[in-house]
Structure formats: structure tokens, C-alpha cells
Design a protein around this ligand. Structure first.
Ligand code: ADP
Length: 301
């Protein structure tokens, strides 16, 4: 197969591994810089141009779209879909999961366990918003944050009020979430491919920190997940419409709670921690499923 990898940087671990795994399995792998792909959207024959040439003959595309280029990246991916190229994850599913609030609303509609989460606009509603999620301690999250940035633990209602007010003052959209203390600064990353969790790791925050992000000094280790956690992760990816996803789960007293569903999960942490060939499994998924014109939405919606 001829497979495009939409990525800003061919040297990134995940991009390199996908290219390597594809080549090992005999595929023609082409890395395309997402922001350098351009298109004529009004043409009756959808096309993408790259470095002066029209892209042709692709069977599949692997989107590795960073959070900061979601809008443009999804437009490029949608164009591939309109050309009948099979996407590992569809553009609509990526947009859905990137909007944190929309994602939580969709997950909640399907009865998936979530931390109690509130969202408000007016400073007048802050006291009631805090009450609504069960009072302090609570977690305040900037909607556009990644890698734990803009995630704040407020230990008291007074601190929560001040932080929320500050974010409102800065015109930042935030959500307010019950703090899952019993998770003990750890979360579980479940790597879903198709309808299976093919690898999982536990991430533990460093001492004195509640955010377990590896970028914030957290450490990863192997973990055996429960059947309930496995089912929750697979269902969460399905609700988002993602074939490949990193589902982040908190272990609470009342079962697994989904924190986030990631549409471009990194490969480095999960491959080094589990020793599994995750990139190879992603390519295998494409081998089984990438039929031309099989995109569910073909860029619609
Ligand atoms: P980001 O998408 O920026 O990584 P997250 O929502 O995943 O932000 O939060 C970062 C980290 O903070 C999580 O990995 C988790 O360890 C911790 N965390 C987030 N929300 C909660 C919560 N409601 N209760 C306990 N810990 C949380």
C-alpha cells in the first residue's frame, strides 16, 4: 500500500516508528508536512498539492495532527477522505475528540463513567458551579490546554473561586471537575486499536504533583487493567468514532472514569514501557481495513 503520514516533523518518535513499521511490512510510506499540503477545494476533482505536485495513488493516510494545528490538519485530512483515501482516524472523529467539552458530553450521553464536570460562562455563577461539582478540592482545566498545562488543583473553595475568576478575566474557557483523590496522582493510558486495548501503562505523577503527564515529570510503568477498564476504553474510542485512540482513565472508588480520549496518541511512552510493537499493530489495522472509498463520512459533516 501507499500510505501517507500527516505529520509536521519526520524526526518525531511516533512518525519515525510508523514509517519504519510500514516499510518493514513492505509499504510505501510518505511523510507529508500537514501545513505544507494545500488544496483547491472548489475543483470538481478533489486534489491535494504538495511541493508543487498533486498527491496521487494513496491507499491510506495516518493523521498525526498536533493540537495546535487541529483546524488546518482536519481540513487536509477531509480532503484526503473526499479523494477516497482511507484515514486511520476520520477528520470528524478527530474534531469531536479535540473539543474537550463536546467529547465529555458525547461520552456522558452514552453512559461512560466521567468525573463530575461543570462548565459556566458568567462569574456570577462560580459559587454554584463549585457546589455543583461537589465543592473543593477540585480541578480546574483550561479547555485548550495540553500536556497538563492549564490544569490546576484548587484545595479550597476560596482558591477555586479566585482561580476561576482569573481565568474568566483572561477570557479563557475552563471546566471544573471533581478531584479524584483516590487515583493517587496516577492515571492509566489505554491504547486502543480497532476494538481492542492493545497496550496499557500506568502514569504516576512525581512526588508533590497530581498531574501524571510524562511531560511534567511523571513516570510510566506496566499495568494490568481490569475487564471493566478495558471495556470502558474501547467504548470511549467507539463513541468518539476513533479507530486508534489513547484513552486516559482514572481509577476511582466507583470504577473507571474517562478523563480524555486522544486521537493522536504518542507511541514513545507506550512502546518503551510495554515493549510492544504498537506502530506495527497500527499498520496491520490499515492492512485489514483500508479499502478505497471506505471512509464512513467521506468528508461529510
Ligand atoms: P492534559 O490533556 O493537558 O494532559 P488532563 O485533563 O489529562 O490534561 O490532566 C492532566 C493530569 O492531571 C492527568 O493526567 C491526571 O493525572 C490529572 N488529573 C486531571 N483531572 C483530574 C481529576 N479530575 N482528578 C484527579 N486527577 C486529575
Amino acid at each position: 500500500m501507499k500510505i501517507a503520514v500527516l505529520s509536521r516533523n519526520p524526526r518525531l518518535y511516533s512518525t519515525r516508528r510508523l514509517v519504519e513499521a510500514g516499510q518493514q511490512r513492505g509499504h510505501d510510506m510518505v511523510v507529508i508536512d500537514t501545513l505544507r499540503a494545500y488544496m483547491n477545494i472548489a475543483s470538481h476533482k478533489p486534489q491535494i498539492h504538495y511541493r508543487g505536485q498533486a498527491l496521487e495513488g494513496f491507499d491510506a493516510v495516518i493523521p498525526r495532527i498536533g493540537a495546535s494545528v487541529t483546524f488546518y490538519g482536519c481540513a487536509v485530512l477531509r480532503q484526503f477522505e473526499m479523494m477516497g483515501v482511507y484515514p486511520l482516524n476520520e477528520s470528524v472523529a478527530i474534531s469531536r475528540s479535540r473539543d474537550k467539552l463536546r467529547a465529555l458530553q458525547l461520552l456522558s450521553r452514552k453512559g461512560i463513567g466521567l468525573p463530575v464536570t461543570g462548565f459556566a460562562h458568567s462569574p456570577d455563577d462560580i459559587p454554584d458551579l463549585i457546589q455543583m461539582v461537589g465543592g473543593a478540592p477540585l480541578v480546574i482545566k483550561v479547555l485548550e490546554g495540553t500536556q497538563g498545562m492549564g490544569v490546576v488543583l484548587a484545595e479550597t473553595a476560596k482558591a477555586a473561586e479566585s482561580v476561576i475568576e482569573a481565568f474568566f478575566g483572561l477570557k479563557q474557557d475552563i471546566m471544573v471537575q471533581e478531584y479524584i483523590q483516590e487515583a493517587g496522582g496516577a492515571d492509566i493510558r489505554c491504547f486502543v486499536v480497532g476494538d481492542k486495548v492493545i497496550a496499557a501503562m500506568k502514569r504516576q505523577a512525581k512526588a508533590g504533583e497530581f498531574r501524571s503527564n510524562l511531560h511534567r515529570g511523571g513516570s510510566a510503568s506496566l499495568i494490568k487493567i481490569t475487564p471493566e477498564e478495558r471495556m470502558t476504553a474501547v467504548r470511549a474510542a467507539k463513541v468518539m468514532g476513533l479507530n486508534v485512540a489513547g484513552v486516559d482513565i482514572l481509577r476511582s472508588n466507583h470504577g473507571p472514569l474517562v478523563m480524555e480520549v486522544n486521537s493522536s496518541p504518542g507511541l514513545e511512552g507506550i512502546e518503551t514501557t510495554t515493549g510492544k510493537d504498537v506502530a506495527g499493530m497500527i499498520i496491520q489495522y490499515l492492512e485489514k481495513n483500508a479499502e478505497p472509498g471506505q471512509t464512513r463520512t467521506k468528508g461529510r459533516g
